[in-house]
Design a protein around this ligand. Structure first.
Ligand SMILES: NC(=O)c1ccc[n+]([C@@H]2O[C@H](COP(=O)([O-])OP(=O)(O)OC[C@H]3O[C@@H](n4cnc5c(N)ncnc54)[C@H](OP(=O)(O)O)[C@@H]3O)[C@@H](O)[C@H]2O)c1
Length: 284
């Protein structure tokens, strides 16, 4: 039986992987949060890998505070850069396949069509730069890796746009949402399933892949759909703005092309709205 380690297990994606794992009973999975496996503590990581024979490590741990990262550069790079390097070196030493999750924010957003894996990267904020550094370390230190970039994650867990909109809908009658960024909202449960499929299918086509739900929308469109599906659209209206200042700059277009991973796994990524509907109807 393959033994899998999931790091960052208390985070949004970590918790979705725990749920998705119920459908993969052939996999033995150890879930470790920061409390017992802090990736910045290299001794702890070494000890963990020496104690457990891990075949695959899914790294769902990360520093994910996009705006705060502008003022916490060292911390962002320590977690998303240096700690990932140490994890990659450790995985290589123990012949563990490293499945690492990265972000659409490695791109600058100037492209007008979906980003493919071979497009040049050029992050425009500290978070994106720190994630890109982690990717580079993995390519250099751990040949048996999958780097899976994703975008605009939401789910029933953690802090995310869906939960924020549902909370605001209880408190306000009008919301203002930006139309100046386009991306693909991605149900973290779908991503979790795909990461486990990579393992279940024994794929050895190591490299970089993109995974998001299918489609391209603005935050305004996403908010409007959440309100409609959850039955709030009568009570709450959404206004558009194309100037919603945030501390960190964000790419204007961060839609990812899923073709490479769809082909590898023989799947077709779900439409963003269908997946949103399923989640709201089953979890709220
Ligand atoms: N959320 C998005 O919209 C989005 C979009 C694109 C890509 N991604 C990527 O997707 C992945 C999963 O994101 P997510 O939304 O699940 O993020 P999340 O909810 O913030 O989860 C990350 C987890 O990592 C933990 N962590 C932080 N530092 C750690 C350390 N030193 N050692 C071990 N664990 C540590 C965090 O713990 P604390 O909270 O206690 O610090 C948290 O539980 C990340 O790689 C992220 O970069 C996310």
């Amino acid at each position: 039986m393959k033994k899998i380690l999931v790091t960052g297990a208390q985070g949004q994606l970590g918790q979705c992987i725990r749920d998705a794992a119920l459908e993969f009973s052939e996999l033995e999975i150890l879930f470790e949060g920061k409390e017992f496996l802090d990736l910045t503590n290299s001794q702890q990581v070494t000890q963990f890998f020496e104690t457990h024979a891990i075949d695959y490590c899914i790294n769902a741990a990360a520093y994910t505070h996009v705006d705060k990262a502008e003022n916490e550069r060292d911390l962002a790079f320590a977690i998303n850069g240096e700690a990932v390097k140490n994890l990659a070196v450790t995985c290589a030493k123990h012949e563990t396949v490293l499945i690492h999750v990265s972000t659409d924010y490695v791109f600058d957003g100037k492209k007008e069509t979906p980003y493919t894996e071979s497009d040049p990267t050029h992050p425009i904020n500290v978070y994106g730069a720190s994630k890109l550094e982690g990717e580079a370390y993995i390519r250099h230190c751990c040949p048996h890796h999958f780097i899976v970039r994703t975008s605009w994650l939401y789910s029933q867990y953690g802090h995310n746009f869906l939960k924020t909109i549902l909370r605001l809908a209880q408190e306000k009658n009008q919301l203002t949402m930006t139309t100046d960024q386009i991306g693909a909202p991605t149900n973290a449960n779908d991503l979790a399933n795909v990461l486990l499929q990579l393992i279940a299918q024994n794929s050895t086509a190591y490299g970089t892949y993109h995974f998001s739900n299918e489609g391209a929308v603005t935050w305004y469109d996403f908010a409007k759909a959440i309100l409609e599906i959850s039955g709030f659209s009568e009570k709450v209206t959404v206004a558009k703005t194309n100037n919603y200042p945030t501390f960190a700059e964000r790419p204007k277009n961060s839609v990812l092309s899923n073709d490479k991973l769809n082909k590898l796994l023989g799947i077709s990524s779900k439409n963003w709205k269908e997946s949103l509907e399923t989640l709201i109807q089953t979890k709220w």
